[in-house]
Design a protein around this ligand. Structure first.
Ligand code: FE
Ligand code: ZN
Length: 239
């Protein structure tokens, strides 16, 4: 799988993936138009498919203009029909999505919002989690519950440690500081906070992460139960 990662808006990640055999290209979400066009031009790709993770405007705003320009097919969560009214296909838990010869399993991963889905490319060991899980963090609970988000995060945590995780925003510095506040004696978190500070001062992306790295440093994955997870999520909102 060829992957092109770039910034959109202020802190959204844009991602393009390409099947090297067929040359088919998909965007994960459409946060914005110009940066996606620029990334396509840079690689000499055209856009065939848009895989939507959830209904929020900063993930869907570029859909209509990109469809108009490239004729891309839109695949969206079944519970996001109102916000993504003209998708070519609506998908849910258990569905599979093909990008050429690349195949993703669709996971229902509610918690940040009710409609949220993730795209797991098992053979490539890559998962696109939108705003469910962030590097050293997780999404806010909006129109769903902390219990649902906890379940979604715990499910992602069952994947192999080498799994590459692509998330929807660059929130890592703030997340790393929160993790260090929750687990001040965790040396893996302290080391990663230092590394993240250096990466961000150098303007580097902290995405993708791996599940292994998250298991040792992400206090939301590390929460011992749903209650501790919910308390940490609450605490992060005012940190
Ligand atoms: Fe969101
Ligand atoms: Zn978002």
């Amino acid at each position: 799988m060829d992957i092109e990662l770039f910034m959109c808006r202020t802190d959204n990640y844009g991602v393009l993936i390409r099947d090297p055999v067929t040359g088919l290209v998909a965007a994960i979400d459409a946060p914005d138009v110009a940066p996606i066009e620029a990334a396509l031009t840079k690689r000499g790709w055209k856009l065939d498919i848009i895989l939507v993770t959830h209904k929020h405007f900063d993930h869907v705003e570029g859909i209509a203009p990109l469809v108009a320009k490239y004729g891309a097919k839109v695949i969206a969560p079944v519970l996001a029909k109102a916000e993504v009214p003209n998708a070519d296909r609506y998908v849910d838990e258990g569905d599979t999505v093909d990008v050429g010869l690349l195949r993703a399993d669709v996971w229902a991963t509610p918690g940040h919002c009710v409609d949220h889905i993730s795209y797991h490319f098992a053979r490539e060991q890559v998962i696109f989690v939108g705003d469910v899980l962030f590097v050293m963090g997780c999404g806010r609970v909006l129109d769903s519950t902390a219990a649902a988000l906890h379940q979604s995060v715990q499910r992602i945590a069952t994947l192999p440690d080498a799994t590459q995780i692509y998330c929807g925003h660059e929130y890592t510095l703030s997340n790393a500081k929160f993790c260090a506040h929750i687990e001040p004696d965790n040396p893996a978190i302290a080391m990663r906070l230092k590394a993240v500070e250096a990466m961000r001062s150098a303007g580097q992306f902290t995405v993708p992460t791996t599940l292994g790295a998250e298991k040792s440093t992400n206090v939301f994955i590390r929460a011992k139960d749903a209650a501790e997870f919910a308390a940490r999520r609450e605490a992060k909102n005012t940190f």
